[in-house]
Design a protein around this ligand. Structure first.
Ligand code: PMV
Length: 312
């Protein structure tokens, strides 16, 4: 058996979403995490291996390990004893890339382990379970990653509320550029928290500005009448605020500037920042030019994705 889950891209609203502002995020199915279960020797217990990163975890070994915890959460939820099973993880999602690697691996692992017991989690069941594990990785996650990854739908997400599908009316082309530098979301989120505590008025103003951009973009995407140049400008604006919040990095600045200068309609860091990835809104014509510029500016990988209309 094999179960999988996609990567995700945050279009706008990261960091502010931790403070109750909305965010827009979409699944990114070109990159996936898969988990395959196979029978292990009787009495050997549950083992989780990730050959790509040379990792092997016994269920009982490390209590704070996110993978072992994910398995424990499933066993608790399904009221099952530890089975003799080997769970093998394969993932094409860069770790620390701001693409939801942790949530995708957790979701795939939970689906696969449930399947081992002949059970299937609905998205409503799985989402809070993945969120529980996200807390081990991130401390105070907003829940946007697990939600978009579990539902595999574009989402308009507000912390603590049921996910709302983001309706996209017109196709858009995005480039995703991996800076090649892993970013620690936990540290970036903690830094924003320190700023908030030191200067709540200034920080709240910046977070509110991000929220306003998200709501404007949501309305524009759902109506389908926002000119691509305006969408791009709002992405630029969102990036400028994230830079002010201190979560950009020299590498991300290079990528964002390269995309803007090469004819991209707009660009911003995406995810926790301090590394990870940047996204650029492009046209079919500008896509190859911007992709080349991103590689020249140091991107380790550049992917292209089309956000397709999901209104029927
Ligand atoms: O770096 P990622 O892909 O885990 O994205 C984190 C998004 C933040 O808004 C920075 C944190 C959160 O919990 O929403």
């Amino acid at each position: 058996m094999t179960s999988s889950a996609p990567a995700k891209i945050i279009l706008c609203g990261e960091h502010a979403v931790v403070y109750g502002q909305p965010a827009l995020a979409v699944p990114f199915g070109s990159l996936t995490a898969t988990v395959s279960a196979s029978a292990a020797k009787p009495g050997s217990g549950l083992e989780i291996v990730s050959p790509d990163i040379k990792l092997a975890v016994q269920l009982t070994s490390v209590a704070e390990n996110g993978l072992a915890y994910a398995a424990q959460v499933v066993l608790r939820e399904l009221n099952q004893a530890v089975p003799d099973v080997r769970l093998e993880i394969r993932s094409t999602i860069p770790i620390g890339g701001g693409l939801g690697s942790g949530a995708a691996v957790t979701a795939a692992l939970m689906r696969e382990l449930a399947g081992w017991f002949g059970q299937t989690f609905s998205a409503e069941q799985l989402n809070p379970l993945v969120y529980e594990v996200e807390k081990v990785y991130h401390g105070t996650p907003s829940g946007v990653d697990n939600t978009v990854i579990v539902y595999e739908q574009p989402v308009y997400f507000v912390r603590g509320t049921a996910p709302v599908t983001l309706a996209i009316r017109k196709a858009m082309t995005l480039l995703i550029a991996d800076s090649g530098v892993p970013g620690s979301t936990r540290e970036a989120v903690a830094d924003v928290r320190r700023q908030f505590d030191a200067d709540p008025t200034r920080t709240q103003r910046l977070l509110d500005q991000i929220g306003a951009i998200v709501n404007e973009l949501r309305a524009g995407l759902e109506r389908g009448d926002m000119p691509p140049a305006v969408i791009g400008q709002r992405l630029n604006d969102n990036h400028a605020i994230l830079r002010e919040l201190g979560v950009s990095s020299p590498e991300l600045e290079q990528l964002v500037t390269a995309a803007q200068d090469a004819g991209g309609l707009g660009a911003k860091l995406s995810g926790g920042g301090r590394g990870g990835n940047a996204i650029a809104l492009v046209t079919a014509v500008s896509a190859p030019v911007v992709a080349t510029a991103l590689r020249q500016a140091g991107a380790a990988h550049v992917w292209r994705t089309e956000l397709l209309p999901n209104l029927h």
